[in-house]
Design a protein around this ligand. Structure first.
Ligand SMILES: NC(=O)c1ccc[n+]([C@@H]2O[C@H](COP(=O)([O-])OP(=O)(O)OC[C@H]3O[C@@H](n4cnc5c(N)ncnc54)[C@H](OP(=O)(O)O)[C@@H]3O)[C@@H](O)[C@H]2O)c1
Length: 290
């Protein structure tokens, strides 16, 4: 049996729906807000929910729960590793962060979790997810709205680019890895993904000038890119209703983009998808066709 955590979230929901379509598999949804239906209550911050929720599970799809300060994330992910071992889960698939994000603040809890999971009795597959195209769209949305008025797209991407991937592609790979791992365990083998770490970087890299071009096509009027300084971006973020750790991670993503670190050169994504990755332009600038 496969259990997917975080199914009310975007990635967990896509993974659960994908696995549910495979009729030969038993799949249960896990969420903090189980309402007594088919879903199990899985709250990484409540070890008791993990002890009960992991009963009878062979393959755990552990969707990272990264929206918190690092110490909180380490504690909750450590609790999952401990409870999974106690429950006799045989294989854990963890959604991590791709290598291009190594220098971002986001990498710390992901790399800690990868390391923690390897010190466990179960086998693991680490899916090092690239940055979502939807994330770049969200980071750019306010500047894109202003650009429609001013003709200037101003963002702190410098001259760098971010390699991005459609969240659905990451979900599709997760479904494949979970399904093949579960079937292999049923057949008495660890399967092809046990002990593997996959880099799921996007194949399309976009920066400020590229987004300005997409906005130009979308609006039919010229929009130019002006790199914004990090200082004014930080000042703007401080006026938003964000948690302090969100400001840290956002600025880290921006400075890593500007430094050129988020443009990747290697990915396992097409091989695991078995097809070309989905187009991403429309996910970054809604309405912009690829
Ligand atoms: N690669 C990227 O670009 C990128 C961008 C943003 C985030 N991420 C990471 O990828 C994860 C999935 O992304 P997403 O887009 O699906 O995010 P999302 O839509 O915000 O969903 C996150 C889900 O994590 C679950 N969660 C939160 N706290 C939890 C806890 N204490 N215990 C168990 N589950 C908890 C929740 O699901 P339930 O309410 O169902 O429990 C929540 O809905 C995020 O949590 C984050 O760690 C990656």
């Amino acid at each position: 049996m496969i259990l997917v955590t975080g199914v009310s979230g975007a990635l967990g929901g896509l993974v659960y729906r994908g696995l549910s379509e495979l009729e030969d598999l038993a799949v249960v949804p896990g969420t903090r807000t189980a309402d007594g239906g088919t879903a199990r209550r899985i709250d990484f911050d409540d070890p008791e929910s993990l002890r009960a929720g992991f009963a009878g599970v062979d393959v755990l799809v552990m969707i990272s729960a990264g929206y918190a300060e690092d110490d909180v994330v380490l504690t909750r992910h450590g609790a999952v590793a401990e409870a999974a071992a106690e429950a006799g889960i045989r294989h854990v698939i963890y959604t991590s962060l791709a290598a291009s994000g190594e220098r971002t603040t986001l990498a710390v809890p992901h790399r800690w979790t990868e390391s923690r999971l390897t010190r466990s009795p179960f086998t693991t597959t680490v899916l090092r997810n690239g940055l979502y195209a939807e994330l770049l769209g969200a980071l750019s949305s306010q500047a894109a709205a202003e650009a429609a008025e001013t003709g200037v797209f101003s963002a702190a991407y410098g001259t760098g680019r971010m390699s991005v991937v459609a969240r659905q592609d990451l979900a599709d790979v997760t479904v494949r890895v979970a399904a093949e791992s579960d079937r292999a365990l049923t057949a008495g083998t660890p399967g092809p993904h046990a002990g593997r770490t996959y880099e799921l970087e996007g194949v399309t890299a976009l920066g400020g000038a590229d987004i300005a071009d997409l906005l130009t096509k979308h609006h039919g009027t010229p929009i130019t890119y002006h790199p914004a300084p990090l200082s004014s971006t930080r000042a703007t973020l401080l006026t938003h209703p964000l948690e302090p750790y969100q400001i840290t991670h956002t600025l880290s993503l921006l400075s890593n983009t500007a430094a050129g670190f988020l443009e990747s050169t290697h990915t396992d994504l097409p091989g695991l998808l078995g097809t070309a990755p989905r187009p991403v332009h429309d996910l970054v600038v809604p309405g912009a066709a690829d």
